[in-house]
Design a protein around this ligand. Structure first.
Ligand SMILES: Cc1cc2nc3c(=O)[nH]c(=O)nc-3n(C[C@H](O)[C@H](O)[C@H](O)COP(=O)(O)OP(=O)(O)OC[C@H]3O[C@@H](n4cnc5c(N)ncnc54)[C@H](O)[C@@H]3O)c2cc1C
Length: 417
């Protein structure tokens, strides 16, 4: 039975989770539902802003159904996006979410919802499932045993309150700048990922229920219509392009809007309703994700380029594979990292190949020659555009691309085999 939630985290829990974004909240919900005494902590209070394109790939929908949160998200206004339009270098292609080879699309849409709504709903869901949630509590350090194993967290809370929380398992779900990963000494800079993102929202922009990506040399714009008639707009730039411009954030954003006719046209009809927020450089990775007494999940493991909009899927999928491994560990009374091997295998199988493909695409599409070739091909062959868009939808593994029949079908207009 879980202890009542006073405003002070308890001194002990079976599992302590740092960070209540999608990775942490989903993991907490799954564990609490299975009867585990789990404490979920976040430095911020919900609803809180999170820089994001706010698009969830179609494979997030069944994961959220399994979590039991889908109905609440529908009620909260999650918008169904039926595909993606790709623009750049004078080309325009449109792809839908379709079956790829043997992989069947679970639904033919992805969801888009403001992150302050989505994340707050997931935290509430974790609470309903029985997790003890503490907002406004920041992880400052890890509690370590004499053998180096992780034994819990040191926290700082409202008004400077301090607390130590001992746990059999400590989970770092604290995002891109993970304190847990940094304390474990496994965070590295990934120079290939140095990007700056500028994020805002517009009202009065019609994208016809499609996400949009606009590519140019050194970056891209991503547009996604979310709830309440708003459109989330992200400008992502290679860091050197951002720094060399010498412009203030707003002037830089506006200059790129004006330089790209399709973006100018799309946003010209609307009105910017949120401040422009900057984030970056986005360049973290980790060398290890499981430890004696601890694990990392979601962005805490390392960042992925926002290009294909898969970070939320990686967070939810990571939680869905970590939770059963933790249940087995708790059942067996084990806290050695070896017991989390199934979680690492699942990461290797489902996340690593997608992150590699996304990285390759981001690299190619930011360079004029490959971008021109690729976009011309996608414009001329709708089946290839469907294939490209569906690959970012997370229900097909990139290995499906090794099947010649997939390419033949896509070339002749379809994508499944
Ligand atoms: C510009 C941009 C656009 C993106 N667009 C998309 C998109 O369209 N679709 C998509 O799927 N993904 C997108 N992503 C990626 C996506 O936002 C992340 O992958 C996702 O939020 C990861 O979830 P998470 O739970 O791991 O981390 P987060 O959502 O970052 O949550 C981490 C939580 O940890 C808390 N925290 C941090 N430090 C501490 C601490 N010391 N103590 C306690 N709590 C702490 C934070 O307050 C936060 O609530 C985008 C990212 C960026 C930057």
């Amino acid at each position: 039975m879980n202890a009542p939630n006073t405003n002070m985290p308890p001194a002990r829990a079976q599992v302590a989770i740092a960070g209540a974004g999608p990775a942490g909240a989903a993991c907490a919900a799954l564990l609490a539902r299975a009867g585990v005494d789990v404490v979920l902590l976040d430095a911020q209070r919900f609803p809180r802003f999170k820089a994001c394109g706010e698009f969830m790939s179609p494979q997030c929908v069944p994961l959220l159904e399994q979590l039991g949160a889908a109905q609440a998200l529908r009620r909260a206004g999650a918008r169904e996006l039926r595909g993606m339009e790709l623009f750049g270098h004078g080309r325009r292609a449109r792809g839908r979410f379709v079956d790829i080879g043997r992989a069947r699309a679970p639904v033919d849409y992805g969801w888009a919802l403001r992150r302050e709504v989505f994340d707050a709903q997931l935290v509430e869901h974790a609470r309903r499932c029985g997790a003890q949630v503490f907002e406004g509590w920041r992880v400052c350090a890890l509690e370590r045993g004499a053998d180096g194993s992780v034994k819990g967290l040191h926290l700082r809370g409202p008004g400077g309150a301090r607390r130590s929380l001992a746990a059999s398992w400590t989970i770092g779900a604290d995002g891109l700048r993970s304190k847990v990963a940094s304390e474990l000494g496994v965070q590295r800079e990934d120079r290939g990922l140095r990007r700056i993102a500028l994020t805002t929202r517009y009202r009065g922009v019609d994208t016809r229920s499609l996400a949009q990506a606009h590519f140019f040399e050194g970056g891209y714009f991503a547009l996604a219509p979310v709830d309440q008639g708003l459109v989330s707009v992200n400008l992502v730039l290679f860091e050197e392009l951002y720094r060399s411009s010498g412009l203030e954030r707003d002037a830089l954003f506006e200059s790129w809007v004006q330089r790209l006719p399709a973006v100018r046209e799309a946003l010209g009809a609307g009105e910017r309703v949120d401040p422009l927020r900057g984030l970056g450089p986005l360049a973290r990775t980790t060398t290890q994700q499981t430890f004696d007494g601890a694990a990392l999940v979601g962005d805490a493991c390392g960042y992925v380029d926002p290009l294909t909009g898969e970070g939320i899927f990686f967070a939810l999928h990571g939680a869905a594979s970590l939770a059963p491994a933790l249940l087995d560990a708790l059942g067996a009374g084990r806290t050695d990292r070896g017991v989390l091997a199934p979680y690492l295998r699942e990461r290797q199988r489902e996340i690593a190949p997608r992150a590699r493909l996304c990285r390759w695409l981001a690299f190619a599409l930011a360079r004029p020659t490959p971008a021109r070739l690729l976009l011309a091909l996608l414009e001329s062959r709708s089946g290839l555009a469907d294939l490209a868009v569906s690959l970012s939808a997370d229900y097909a593994r990139p290995a499906e691309l090794l099947r010649p029949s997939v390419w033949l079908r896509a070339w002749s207009g379809g994508a499944s085999a």
